[in-house]
Design a protein. Structure first.
Lengths: 510, 316, 319
């Protein structure tokens, strides 16, 4: 239906007319109907009011309306894949490499968005060219990257009150951090120094470019891990690949720094520094326990949302305070960690049932501050209140999954409850110049030639690598088993293929 | 020979020992039943406790504050007391709509299911040549072979156009081969004499089914009603697939969405509005809301599991 | 009644021919069910062809190119296939046997309970575990076996009372088939007992009266009257369970074990293995292929079971 309308427009020369007026937003040329977006999470309280207001505006300005289908997180991956596969009618969806984006793209489900962003002025202003470049796969853009900072560095979110209590006002390097953790274990009863959940194990050791307990990576944050989608396999390229032209990838267990991290984790497990049930407990439980005051530190990331834990924590521990610790060995900005700038979340357009122009028009419309705030934060005065130009204060429980459709780094408002510590680290993460672009920044491994081996590798990683990441069991014996199983699953086939793809990437880049 | 003598001769043929030890059992009859009955009471009570303690933990956990749950993982006594989870559940998306939707789906679905299950099962149970056996295989194969999610989704949305309709949740579940065969087994144990007597009186097949077989089958009808109703009441996945209007979501889907989003909000970027939801407590409260209506309705269904329903049917 | 009439009255209707009008009427009765199966079960089965295809979204199910048996190769050539298949069948056999046995015993014992109120109460209580979602079961199991923080648990506390060594249950694969079986009995005991209770209810009172006249104790009545009369129901449940022997109990097992690789050697079943391998790659063709494999094997098992039953117990067979 939509296709024929577009064809009709072309025939009637509407496109020609538009082209005659440069600078006129292509929005005037076309779309009608409803642009449906697949979004995770659920409709915020008061969603109908906000949606009606937004649609009134949207209809008047652009001639179509917007609708959201919310799918709960536990089922989002499967449901969005199903809807793509069955050719359902919707325009955009949240997708990511950690969901099914690679597979959808290879299967022809995503619309090619190369060059589309340039056509829309508001959108173009909000998406940095570096970001577009970093998220182009083999020269094509398959989704609009959704980020709210330039760099994303995982680090420690600690109980600042406990740190001050035991005399650790400034934690700048890994050694001091470790002393803090042991001090908590020794002196604070009922508090486990570090809490971690299942399914996040690799972040404890693998450098990205910082691994939580990877001491080496805090001093030299210049190694970036890459993954083969669907295999769970994470690997590093050779550090000198740019010079030698040879990528020489190695799996993480062949890297000395990562293995040293495993040994540290094992020691922490035995000394009771990390929780022993990590293999089976989920993130929600860990957060809940942190909120009850059971942990002294937790995994954090530079997304500006870490301070949200404080409100709940204060109910259980009134004197609690939060701090962000990035133990780079000095003030932020002294080292420039590598980044790929690949977005964790992308908006993709449905190729078999979606309207590209309409979807892009909507994205452009969302790139205007007023519209962005309306849908992202709710009705001003009822749901939120502006605090200055860049902050806001939450008034109601309106909570919209902005990262799924309208994150714009330049338009995001910070919560007024952000701690100073996080303001510092989040502010530092906004500047692209604080980071180094990795040699293989826009490399995406293509899994199709080694699909079967990748699927089997996934099982090997889950079965043998996971326990190692949590310190369960002896490291050397565990690594031995892991290596044997990986070899049996076809590790050399995978690594040869990755080496080939890496070399080709270097060549094309040069 | 009448039915009674037939049956007791069967018993005698199968358990000759009872005749030989007649004297012994008569004397022992005083003590033996008590032993078995006591063991029964004991075992059943133990198993009951085995099931009751977790139930109690769940109810108690749903009323305990999250801070205590986070520290202990469980609670046997709601201390400190907190209604926060129930507050969240009842002030969230309208649960009333959810209950109404679930009620419609359950009632309509159960009625449809029972009618189709019993009628199909009866035709299979009758052992009609050339009909019953192929039907058996026909009804059994779907228990093993399943086309998968995508063809099913395409069928309901593009072929039947049931998107956003409650029937998209009712129809796919309408027949459960498992329950069809349990019903067949039950029908085959109905006393032949009654059916023959009816046939000799000149009753047609339909009359026999509706006026004789069904009234005699109250126990299995109760089982079917219970199992199907429970399935419809708990179903949420088809709702997730096919319902797009949140006002039409059945209760279980609302709860499922809530729990999933709250659980996952912890590991994903969220705004301040999501913070501090009592995840542990919510999970327990949700179980209580789901199980509650069923536990309240079940004692009524149990009325049918009382002996003597077929008493008098074979006389004369 | 004469002997001949008696004979006719007692033989199963298998030998009586109905008029074609009667046959037609009965077919009409079965029609809604037949139509339903055709639409909702056999229709989507056409999608199974994707097991032999290299599926891509652009071409859809019927346009994608064929690739023969390539999708089957993935699972069958993986080194763990033997362990996984063994786990699937072994765990299913344990679950089936234990829950049927528990259901039967519970039904027999509930039948002995006289007090109406107590009996109804207990029946409700044992029925409830069936409705507890697998996630909540997983949480409660963690409370019992590992406690908060992973170094305790109610079971370990009890063991320490008796001076027995503590066990880190979530790192001991050997114990888990039994732990999971206990969970299944808890979950399904009450549910299965309902089926048997319904069957017991339909046993006419006179049979028991006759046995009582002969002086049989309640125990003997349960053993010699009730159990044999429950055998057809039991047999049906066994045959139905056997067909699903190759389909692992994904919901329960995955919720409890999740990605704890230490427990995989004894708890990983076909469905969890496939789910994990393919959840990222999401290959529709391979998932369909493995499902088809499970179905075909299940079909073979059931055919064998039905043939065995016909050999030993002709009149009670499904077929």
């Amino acid at each position: 239906m939509r296709l024929s309308r577009r064809q009709f427009m072309a025939l009637s020369g509407a496109a020609g007319i538009t082209a005659a007026f440069p600078g006129l937003s292509p929005a005037f040329a076309s779309s009608t109907g409803t642009s449906t977006a697949l979004l995770p999470s659920q409709a915020p309280t008061g969603w109908k009011t906000v949606l009606d207001k937004a649609n009134a505006k949207l209809q008047a300005e652009l001639g179509f309306t917007f609708d959201a289908q919310f799918i709960n997180w536990s089922n989002y991956a499967q449901q969005s894949l199903l809807k793509f596969t069955a050719g359902a009618q919707f325009d955009t969806a949240l997708q990511a490499l950690w969901l099914n984006m690679a597979q959808l793209q290879q299967s022809g489900a995503l619309a090619d968005l190369t060059g589309q962003i340039d056509k829309w002025p508001n959108l173009k202003k909000q998406i940095a060219p570096k970001l577009i470049q970093a998220n182009t796969w083999g020269g094509k853009l398959w989704g609009i990257p959704q980020v709210n900072s330039a760099g994303r560095i995982q680090h420690f979110g600690i109980r600042q009150d406990l740190a001050e209590k035991y005399g650790f006002t400034e934690i700048n390097d890994f050694g001091t951090l470790e002393k803090f953790l042991y001090a908590v274990k020794e002196k604070e009863a009922g508090v486990t120094p570090f809490g971690v959940a299942s399914q996040t194990g690799w972040q404890m050791a693998v450098a990205t470019p910082t691994g939580m307990f990877n001491e080496d990576s805090w001093e030299n944050p210049y190694t970036m891990q890459y993954s083969l989608a669907g295999s769970g396999l994470r690997f590093y390229f050779d550090k000198d690949a740019a010079k030698t032209g040879s990528s020489k990838p190695i799996p993480w267990w062949d890297d000395a720094g990562t293995v040293a991290a495993l040994k540290k984790i094992r020691k922490y497990y035995q000394d009771g520094i990390i929780n022993a049930d990590a293999l089976n407990v989920d993130q929600a439980t860990i957060e809940s326990q942190f909120g009850a005051g059971r942990f002294a530190s937790l995994w954090s990331i530079t997304d500006g949302l870490q301070s949200n834990r404080l409100a709940g924590l204060k109910k259980a521990v009134p004197t609690a305070a939060l701090g962000q610790v990035l133990p780079f060995g000095g003030p932020l900005g002294k080292v420039k960690p590598v980044q790929t700038f690949q977005a964790d979340n992308m908006i993709v357009v449905n190729a078999n049932g979606g309207d590209v122009d309409r979807a892009m028009a909507l994205q452009d419309w969302f790139s205007i501050q007023e519209n962005h705030d309306l849908v992202g934060l709710g009705i001003e005065g009822t749901d939120w209140k502006a605090v200055g130009d860049h902050s806001f204060e939450q008034l109601s429980t309106y909570s919209f999954p902005s990262y799924a459709i309208l994150w714009r780094a330049g338009l995001e408002r910070l919560t007024s409850s952000m701690t100073d510590s996080e303001k510092k680290s989040f502010g530092w993460a906004q500047d692209y110049d604080n980071f180094t672009l990795d040699t293989f920044a826009s490399f995406i491994a293509d899994v199709t030639p080694v699909k079967e081996a990748a699927a089997q590798m996934n099982n090997v990683i889950t079965q043998y690598a996971n326990p190692l990441f949590y310190g369960v069991g002896d490291v050397d014996a565990g690594l031995d088993k892991l290596k044997k199983a990986a070899d049996a699953a076809g590790l050399d086939v995978i690594m040869t293929e990755l080496s080939k793809q890496g070399d080709a990437y270097l060549k094309a880049r040069a | 020979m009448n039915a009674i003598e037939q049956e007791s001769s069967v018993i005698k043929a199968r358990a000759p020992a009872s005749l030989g030890t007649l004297q012994h059992t008569r004397r022992a009859a005083r003590r033996m039943p008590e032993a078995f009955q006591s063991i029964s009471y004991l075992t059943v009570t133990i198993f009951g406790l085995f099931c009751l303690v977790p139930l109690w933990m769940i109810v108690s956990g749903s009323l305990t504050d999250e801070s205590a749950l986070g520290l202990n993982g469980y609670s046997l006594f709601p201390q400190p007391f907190s209604l926060r989870a129930y507050e969240l559940l009842f002030t969230g998306p309208s649960l009333l709509n959810g209950y109404l939707a679930s009620l419609f789906i359950t009632v309509v679905g159960t009625v449809l299911s029972i009618s189709c299950t019993t009628s199909l099962a009866w035709v299979i149970a009758r052992r009609l040549p050339f009909i019953s056996r192929p039907l058996t295989i026909f009804a059994y194969v779907p228990m093993l072979f399943n086309g998968g999610l995508v063809p099913f989704y395409l069928l309901v949305t593009q072929v039947l156009h049931l998107t956003n309709s409650w029937f998209a949740m009712i129809l796919p579940l309408m027949l459960a081969p498992f329950l069809i065969f349990v019903t067949v087994s039950f029908f085959r144990q109905l006393p032949e004499e009654i059916l023959d007597a009816a046939r000799i009186d000149g009753a047609g097949e339909l009359r026999i089914f509706f006026q004789i077989v069904l009234p005699l089958s109250k126990p299995i009808l109760a089982v079917l009603a219970l199992f199907y109703a429970v399935t419809y009441w708990n179903e949420w996945f088809t709702g997730l697939l096919f319902l797009s209007d949140p006002d039409r979501f059945p209760l279980q889907l609302i709860l499922q969405n809530l729990i999933s989003n709250v659980t996952n909000a912890a590991s994903l970027p969220s705004s301040a509005g999501d913070a501090a939801a009592p995840v542990y407590q919510l999970r327990f409260a949700m179980t209580v809301l789901t199980v509650g209506p069923i536990l309240l309705a079940y004692p009524f269904a149990q009325r049918f599991f009382v002996k003597g329903i077929t008493l008098g049917a074979t006389k004369g | 009644m004469t002997g001949a009439e008696q004979g006719a009255a007692r033989t199963p209707n298998r030998r009586r021919r109905l008029s074609s009008r009667d046959n037609l009427v009965l077919m009409l009765l079965a029609l809604p069910g037949i139509v339903w199966f055709l639409i909702f079960s056999y229709g989507p089965m056409a999608g199974l062809v994707v097991a032999f295809k290299s599926f891509n979204i652009r071409d859809g199910i019927f346009g994608s190119p064929w690739n023969g048996l390539a999708n089957f190769r993935y699972f069958l050539t993986s080194g763990d296939a033997a362990t996984i298949v063994f786990n699937t069948v072994f765990l299913n056999a344990l679950f089936l046997g234990a829950s049927l046995f528990a259901g039967l015993v519970l039904a027999l014992m509930l039948n002995e309970i006289r007090g109406g109120l107590y009996r109804r109460f207990v029946q409700s209580v044992i029925f409830f575990p069936y409705f507890v979602s697998p996630i909540v079961i997983s949480i409660m199991l963690q409370v019992i076996l590992s406690g908060v923080g992973g170094r305790g648990g109610l079971l370990n506390d009890m063991l320490s009372v008796f001076d027995l060594p503590q066990v880190a249950w979530y790192t001991e694969p050997g114990a888990w088939p039994w732990i999971l079986t206990i969970v299944k009995v808890w979950q399904l005991g009450g549910y299965t007992s309902v089926i048997f209770l319904a069957a017991i209810t339909s046993i006419s009172e006179e049979v028991y009266e006759a046995a009582a006249i002969d002086g049989a104790s309640r125990w003997r009545m349960a053993l010699s009257v009730t159990v044999p009369l429950l055998l057809p129901t039991f047999a049906v449940l066994v045959v139905l369970g056997v067909g699903r022997m190759f389909f692992g109990d994904f919901a329960t097992i995955y919720a409890i074990v999740q990605d704890n690789g230490v427990l995989f050697p004894t708890t990983d079943v076909i469905d969890t293995y496939v789910f994990r391998s393919l959840r990222m790659i999401g290959d529709f063709g391979t998932t369909a292929a493995i499902g088809l494999f499970q179905s075909v094997v299940g079909f073979v098992f059931v055919t064998a079971a039905v043939l065995v039953q016909r050999r030993f117990q002709k009149e009670n067979g499904i077929l």
